[in-house]
Design a protein around this ligand. Structure first.
Ligand SMILES: Nc1ncnc2c1ncn2[C@@H]1O[C@H](COP(=O)(O)OP(=O)(O)OP(=O)(O)O)[C@@H](O)[C@H]1O
Length: 207
């Protein structure tokens, strides 16, 4: 599904990643763990096409990333993003936030996703009227609406209490069982145990 070959990156000469090699299969649930500054976000940003590595090659389902012509289309069709801060628009309801990501999504599909995430009853509320966990689940709904093949999440539970954090990870686990590939960067070693594989990033390398 996703292969990273000899990926290295630096910020103005300061090394952030060194010679990363990874192969991630379809439907795998992967956690990247590591201390602050170890390089998790940089690696996640590169794997998710948001950041171009200084060296190395990425392949998505055998296709070399640098050969993909329309990267916006590729992202829209293949990739879902979930961030630590939900980035929902406070002036729109949870439902409208999800519709904004895909105005063609039909009601049945939206209902299915909202039910799966246990936010169906509050879909008409605004982000400021619901809990942090509910907001984050709405952000996940937004990532799911385009049925991405891969979901990248950077510290998605950083702002949540342990019960809601568990819920989010259980959801990722279930999605991965349905063949969605999930790649999550987290500080939380206990939650990471729910993943199929854990990669520890240390000083810009995978240990
Ligand atoms: N935009 C940037 N400009 C310069 N240096 C950066 C930038 N982003 C990250 N770095 C540096 O690259 C290294 C890796 O950072 P990165 O954010 O990838 O780590 P991380 O493991 O995600 O950390 P955290 O858990 O604190 O988010 C660190 O030394 C960091 O200071």
């Amino acid at each position: 599904m996703l292969k990273a070959s000899n990926i290295s990156h630096n910020y103005n000469g300061d090394i952030a990643l060194q010679n990363i090699n990874l192969e991630i299969k379809k439907g795998e649930f992967i956690c990247l763990i590591g201390e602050s500054g170890s390089g998790k976000t940089t690696l996640l940003s590169i794997l998710s096409t948001l950041l171009k590595p200084k060296e190395g090659t990425l392949f998505y389902e055998e296709e070399q990333y640098s050969n993909i012509k329309n990267i916006n289309k590729f992202r829209k069709e293949n990739i879902g993003f979930v961030f630590q801060f939900h980035h929902l628009i406070n002036y729109l309801t949870l439902l409208e936030n999800v519709q904004l990501a895909n105005d063609l999504a039909n009601t049945k599909k939206i209902d299915e996703i909202f039910t799966l995430l246990d936010i169906q009853k509050i879909k008409s509320k605004y982000p400021t009227q619901v809990s942090g966990g509910q907001r984050q689940r709405a952000a996940i709904a937004r990532a799911l609406i385009n049925e991405p093949k891969i979901i990248f999440a950077d510290e998605p539970t950083g702002n949540l209490d342990s019960k809601n954090a568990q819920k989010v990870f259980k959801l990722f686990k279930n999605l991965s069982k349905k063949e969605t590939t999930i790649i999550v960067a987290t500080h939380n070693k206990d939650l990471a145990k729910m993943a199929d594989k854990i990669y520890e990033v240390k000083d810009g390398q995978i240990k």
